[in-house]
Design a protein around this ligand. Sequence first.
Ligand code: AMP
Ligand code: TRP
Length: 333
Amino acid sequence: MKKKIFSGVQPTGNLHLGNYLGAIKNFVNFQNQENTECIYCVVDLHAITTKQDPQELKSNVRDTVAAFIASGLNQKKSIIFNQSAVSAHSECAWVLGCSSRMGWLNRMTQFKEKAGKDKEKASIGLYVYPILMAADILLYNSTHVPVGEDQKQHLELTRDIAQKFNIDFEAKNFFILPEPIIQKDFSRIMSLKDGTKKMSKSDPSDLSRINLTDSNDEISIKIKKAKTDSHPLPDEKNGLAKRPEAKNLIGIFSSLNNQDVDKTLNEFSGKNFSDLKIKLTELIIEKISPISSEIKKLKMDENLIDEILNKGALKADEIASKKIKELKKIVGF
Ligand code: AMP
Ligand code: TRP
């Protein structure tokens, strides 16, 4: 059976090494597998669940696409589009909202985290965000959804919503129940300043992350300043257990070099962080600087990016509007 991959990335500013190693690098791997159809969506409807500057939003959508292409996604192999360009997403979300239960949404930890203490002031959009995500996935009969660990709960909800709809409308297998694909290793790249916190766009310190657009000098400074501990590097995985910063730097090295952690530890066991940092800096520069210069080039050509998005939206719309037609029939519209 053909694998149908769908994933979404929010257009909220510069992408970083965590996005690359945790998500985009895999998107590229799936794109190059046989018998696999890939759809990658820049989720601008999700972005406006928190306040966005309209001009910035537009430019962030383009930047995300530039990062996709620079990392190796190819519009001839994958459908690349932005969510708001295909109206089926909003339509489907409404219908799915009517099959979803408040109790299910009340359990979502991402909402609790993002809404903070004052839930009453959070937007309704932020609350129903996971229903829109379910619509994204279910519209395309997606079988597999590569996401970070943090999205696992939303995937489970997607399956619950799909199942309830199928049962309520006696439409067996109308919505396909998708499987999450969550990487075992490297699914969480951590902050360079604190190995217990995720590397994130929203961290106020730019030293906490490597952006895909960082210059070689910036990369070098950030790795030099990255937090470490005072012990030499261990010779086996267990020795990383209570050493989050060591674990993170070794993990980044392994992931970028496409090798397992044991192999990296073989290379560095007994050495100091300074040795690891020198090699890691070289490796990051080797892997990231071609992406970074490609992003800069692509960003200068807005028309090219817009054309990729327009073509992608046409292809996505063709699939999604068929599904919406069937959905409307089932519901009785
Ligand atoms: P976001 O930017 O939060 O929409 O995330 C886009 C994708 O990158 C999602 O699949 C996330 O799970 C993944 N991601 C974001 N930050 C990290 C991180 N620090 N480590 C690994 N994956 C991440
Ligand atoms: N919620 C996801 C995130 O924050 C982004 C997303 C939106 C998504 N729709 C999706 C991911 C569909 C996978 C499938 O990272």
